[in-house]
Design a protein around this ligand. Structure first.
Ligand code: 1GP
Length: 251
């Protein structure tokens, strides 16, 4: 298996940019041609990776097909973002090998991981060890993952989970407000997690304007995941604004 190629690439990108943009393509929503054209456009705008997945992946054949075509169309890494073992398919570069640490169902904490791990090895996917933390309630990820959502205004709880993740050897934390969330994770929470977690902080869910994005990055996020507002194919201008707002040179 390729060693830490994607992880090292992300680290080197971070040295050049203040924060990274990951664009999420949900293969259940964006079908082939749309997904490919979106990926090409966002690569041009400056996205550092494409996440492929979501909490409701069922069509593995379609997903594999999209990944195969994406691989031919863009140079940036394709990272699987599985909501279950159905999200583990061949052809991508890496996988957010995640444990939903605040799930009430042990299946999402460790059992799906055990069931999925042999396929990750077989497909040569680079596992990025990730603590997936669901913030708030009511999102699909919250419902499907049987999460006990961390309240938006309890940054210390998110920080405690992140510290536990660090002690468990996880190098990525993903603070997830949920796809299409009304409000994103608050900067105060990101800041508190940043003060205690040494690894890579990913923040996603409901980020759709430059000001919000900037504040989350200022608080210490390393990467923002953008999904919903790009799904309909428009709004690339807005992505440009967000990218510009967060990727100004470090000094
Ligand atoms: C969802 O964090 C991602 O898992 C992206 O969220 O779709 O709201 O951009 P949005």
């Amino acid at each position: 298996m390729a060693s830490n190629y994607v992880e090292n690439y992300l680290k080197s990108q971070l040295k050049k940019k203040k924060a990274l943009i990951f664009v999420l393509i949900d293969s259940e929503i964006s079908k082939n041609t749309k997904a490919i054209s979106l990926a090409k456009k966002v690569e041009k705008i400056g996205a550092s990776a494409i996440l492929v997945g979501g909490s409701s992946t069922t069509d593995q054949i379609e997903m594999t097909k999209i990944i195969k075509n994406l691989k031919k169309s863009v140079k940036i890494p394709l990272i699987l973002f599985p909501g279950n073992i159905t999200g583990v398919v061949p052809g991508a570069d890496a996988i957010l090998f995640s444990s939903l640490l605040n799930s009430e169902n042990p299946y999402f904490v460790s059992q799906a991981q055990a069931l999925g791990a042999p396929a990750v090895l077989k497909f040569g996917l680079e596992p990025l060890p990730t603590a997936y933390l669901i913030i708030g309630e009511g999102s699909s990820a919250w419902f499907v993952g049987s999460a006990r959502g961390i309240p938006f205004d309890k940054p210390n709880i998110a920080a405690a989970y992140s510290l536990a993740a660090q002690f468990l050897g996880m190098r990525f934390v993903y603070l997830e407000a949920g796809s299409g969330a009304k409000s994103s994770v608050r900067p105060e929470m990101v800041k508190t997690v940043r003060s205690i977690f040494d690894g890579f902080i990913i923040v996603g869910g409901g980020i759709r304007d430059a000001k919000t994005a900037k504040n989350i990055v200022k608080a210490g996020a390393d990467a923002l995941v953008i999904g919903t507002f790009l799904e309909k194919g428009g709004n690339l201008k807005k992505l440009e604004q967000i990218t510009k707002a967060i990727q100004s040179p470090k000094r």
